[in-house]
Design a protein around this ligand. Sequence first.
Ligand code: GTP
Ligand code: SPV
Ligand code: MN
Length: 593
Amino acid sequence: MEYHLDQVRHQALKQWILEVAAICQPDRIHICDGSEKERDWLTQECLATGELIALNQEKMPACYLHRSAPHDVARTEHLTFVCTQKKEDAGPNNNWMAPADARTKLHALYQGCMKGRTLYVVPFVMGPLGSHFSKVGVEITDSKYVVLNMRIMTQMGQQAIEQLGDTGVFTRCLHSLGDLSPDRRFICHFPEDNEVWSIGSGYGGNALLGKKCMALRLASYMGQKEGWLAEHMLILALQPPNSSKTYHIAAAFPSACGKTNLAMLVPPTSMPGWKVSTIGDDIAWLRPGNDGRLRAVNPEAGFFGVVPGTSHKTNPNAFEMIQRNTIFTNVALREDGTPWWEGHDDPAPERAIDWQGRPWTPQSKEKAAHPNSRFTTPAIQCASFSSEWQNPEGVPIDAILFGARREKVVPLVYQALSWQHGTFLGATLSSETTAAATGKVGVLRRDPMAMLPFCGYHMGDYWSHWLKISDELRKPPQLFRVNWFRTDNNGRFLWPGFGDNLRVLDWVVRRCEDPEHTQATLTPVGYIPTPESFFLDGLSLTPDSVRALFAVDPKEWIDALKSQDDYFRSFGSRLPQGLWQEHQNLKDRLASA
Ligand code: GTP
Ligand code: SPV
Ligand code: MN
């Protein structure tokens, strides 16, 4: 097969495309320009093949439904590899394959995999155009669904070709659906070569390679070399009532633990005058700025959000923004051609088609929408989206929150004693697992900085990098731990969450701005709000619930020390001394409590 790529002026890009084409043997090559015409044409093709189903275009213009293969609905962490020359550089936190072995294995799978199909070349920018933060990637894929999603999630097409120029550096992202079998599915990262090879999955984080693969795994590796951080964090801007000051908060929560919801928070009626704007909902790139602040950008241009639980009541901004130009993956379909899911404002429909295309009624045993069903939406459609997203210098971060799902033990909010202690809080984060990755749901596991599945190098080195970065900050962010998910003895959430999480943000910014007048109690784990310093008006919580939300039971924490010790030991000599020290300090404080 002969391919004509005269329009590609970047010689290294052209050569790479031809090398890949020689292996995958597509019938055609299409270089994406990102235009609306291209989107419309690809959409029509997807409608013809059934890769997309049109939703009710009157009620929800340009909205479509995609159904994944039933065994391809979440990230597959056990099939995800970091392929560094030395095994120890990938760390105990990653699956590892030798680069040569990975390439041989995947080469065989890619051989002829695009016969009869089109190879799409998707150039994209992660980060504000022209910013020193931003990076160019090029994804080669045989999935039109991936192209359409990448068009929403990144700045894709002509603008990326321009930013790349004739000689620019780019991340090579190779993707094929393969046969979609988990037995022949691999997501391999080559951080030393700035490259990702993925085959066998069409799902989100496995296939939209700009997101988790490039903007977290490869970027975290780049960040360590270049002195910055790539984090699984939302970014929001917060303006208190009658204040001219804007605060910026970044928050790391594991998958499906509330980042999108917090990023788009709508203040409760009892807190008028607050303004919350969204800068990012999943990934933050953070670097020390010339002003001595930690500055953040959101590298993405869209939201790939969890659908179940999204309602007008819980997240009005998200609910509104997904009414147009949105791709829904694995939701249920109502008879009027609109989507439905568990947690929707509307009651369960009498009859629907479930996420696998089967008839569904409220009596069905299975869920109508997959618990990890997703929407893909342009960020600009979010009413709270901030133009600061395009700020090439990023926004200065005042506070970083580490959050997770913990039914027991962990209070609603507490503040770290120092940067080193805050890094320790992030490093020891643990959370009950969710449907965002395949495997059992609700199992407590360590998920340091919410980065366990996304850190592209040895976690011990990553923590050292975290500790060191504060040396370059004149005014480092204050660090906090939060937990929206503590339950009572009947298993009910103690905290209303969602909009009311603003109460926690209020305390957080007052602790940053005016710690003298925002009181806190020093406990062995950190600073806990005093009842007087925390705004609870307008909530009908019982005094018992409030006590339970903020309770620190030294006995429960002493129990956790043993597993913390084992956990830290598993990182061997690469565990930074500062974290051992914090572990010992916590032990000492608990012993004398
Ligand atoms: P990823 O996109 O996987 O990274 O998820 P995420 O961290 O952005 O989580 P998201 O905001 O989509 O929320 C995941 C689930 O948690 C949804 O079902 C939400 O409704 C639910 N959730 C979010 N915030 C809260 C909260 O404050 N309280 C409670 N109880 N549930 C919440
Ligand atoms: C997550 O799982 O954290 C997500 C969805 O944001 S995915 O892009 O699939 O990783
Ligand atoms: Mn995420």
